[in-house]
Design a protein around this ligand. Structure first.
Ligand SMILES: Cc1ncc(COP(=O)(O)O)c(C=O)c1O
Length: 454
């Protein structure tokens, strides 16, 4: 029997993909029709190309979403473990956020002036993350881009360092990968006209000697990283790695930027608070305003002082940072409601044990069938990986990705009312996800594996 790379019979994987694709085609006539009509005005039939990254032959059109349940245009309902790939990690349209948005909607949406809410939100952010100074942007991409600019201005160094396999949004400086120990452009980049490797270094996550070598010349303005990589499958930090990262940054005068956009799943205050990290900057987007496009970045008092000095030195003019809609009144209403009532310690008290249950449940189904896969989780975020060993770095994580198998599993789940993130095999548990939803996902993954491994 020919095994696919992920330890399963290739024929079963192909048969499942074909059968589930047919089933999807038959079950979703309205989505199919809308998809065809959308081709008239939208490039490739969608308003944003990521909507084509799902396992389905045409996009699933959404009619409604509430809590951890989504309803499609054909009337099927789904247990949603994708949750907008983290934007709706605390549930779709949480009641306090929905009410706040509705209340603000007839009082002006954006003025380029502050409202009273900024006082409350500033102290909520400080309380959550322990950093005193903040700015608001519209996406995590913007926060990361602006923070890199600040780091360069503060340190007067040009280079940034990222880990192989990292993703920090559509930030040019981070679009590198490592090949044969050297930085290269990330494959597939469009319209890239200048050489990103001139100013960006890349090393493997969990590789302390490589990091030390890359920082020793003291030409790196900042290391930007997630505390656990979550965009190339999941790569957890090995014991001591984040301590080494922090002390190497300190020793070499390199600033440390922790991107908590996904690892906010770890617990209240993200990985940073849970594991007592001390970044110079922290960035967070996606769920911070309950799914309304909003992001923040925070910094220490010392960094704020150095920002002031850098700005003085630059003199009058335009900083290169700013977008008109950032920090608007609607964002603040949503963020305040979200931070006060939704993204709370009580929410995590529900999410974390339930996600643990999900992770261990999936792990149990895998083990029962002796399939050479494993499960990793970072709080409310869990991921099954189609390889036996936990990857230690981006290269190993990439090798653990098995597109054809993942496609079959994703489609099988979707056709049975279960959505997981289209990128690799990520699941999120929200404060309103139920035990029954988790049990359904675990059981259905077991049934899927039964068929695949038969
Ligand atoms: C860790 C991390 N940072 C930043 C971003 C960018 O977020 P956005 O696309 O909302 O700008 C992402 C997106 O997936 C992410 O995973």
């Amino acid at each position: 029997m020919e095994l696919s790379e992920a330890g399963l019979p290739k024929a079963q994987v192909e048969a499942m993909t074909k059968r589930e694709t047919d089933r999807y085609l038959q079950s979703n006539p309205i989505s199919q029709k809308l998809g065809q009509e959308a081709r008239r005005n939208w490039i490739k039939g969608v308003p944003h190309h990521w909507m084509l990254d799902w396992s389905t032959p045409f996009p699933l059109f959404v009619a409604d979403a509430k809590g951890a349940t989504l309803t499609d245009a054909d009337g099927h309902t789904y247990d949603d473990f994708c949750l907008g790939d983290t934007g709706s990690m605390f549930g779709h349209s949480p009641e306090p956020v929905a009410k706040a948005i509705a209340a603000q909607s007839s009082h002006g949406l954006t003025y380029m002036l502050p409202t009273e809410d900024i006082i409350a939100v500033g102290s909520l952010l400080e309380n959550m993350f322990g950093l005193p100074f903040w700015q608001v942007t519209t996406t995590a991409t913007d926060s990361n881009r602006f923070v890199i600019r600040w780091c360069r201005a503060i340190t007067k160094r040009t280079k940034v360092l990222v880990f192989h396999g990292a993703y920090h949004g559509a930030v040019d400086d981070t679009f590198v990968r490592m090949k044969n120990g050297r930085a290269i452009h990330r494959p597939g980049l469009i319209g890239q006209v200048y050489d990103l490797t001139t100013h960006t270094k890349v090393v493997e996550f969990n590789d302390v000697p490589a990091l030390e070598a890359a920082l020793k010349d003291q030409d790196v303005a900042c290391v930007i990283t997630e505390p656990a990589l979550t965009n190339i499958g999941m790569v957890l930090p090995q014991p001591g790695f984040l301590d080494a990262l922090q002390s190497l940054c300190k020793k070499t005068g390199t600033l440390l930027v922790i991107d908590e956009t996904h690892t906010i799943s770890t617990g209240f205050g993200g990985y940073t608070r849970t594991h007592h990290l001390k970044p110079d900057f922290l960035t967070l987007g996606k769920p911070v305003a309950g799914g309304l496009p909003t992001a923040v970045f925070g910094c220490t008092a010392d960094i704020a002082e150095r920002m002031r000095a850098a700005e003085k030195e630059a003199g009058p003019g335009y900083s290169g940072m700013g977008t008109t809609l950032s920090a608007n009144a609607l964002q603040f209403k949503a963020m305040r409601a979200n931070l006060e009532h939704v993204m709370t310690p009580a929410a995590y008290a529900h999410m974390l044990p339930l996600s643990e249950k999900l992770a261990r449940g999936i792990e149990g189904e895998i083990k029962k069938r002796n399939i050479p896969w494993h499960v990793s989780n970072v709080g409310a975020r869990a991921e099954f990986v189609c390889a036996p060993e936990r990857p230690r770095n981006g290269t190993e994580a990439q090798a653990a990705m098995h597109g054809p198998v993942e496609l079959a599993v994703h489609l099988y789940l979707l056709n049975r009312g279960l959505l997981i993130a289209p990128f690799h095999n990520m699941t999120l548990v929200s404060p309103v996800t139920t035990e029954a939803q988790v049990a359904r996902l675990v059981t259905t993954i077991g049934q899927c594996l039964d068929e695949l491994a038969a």
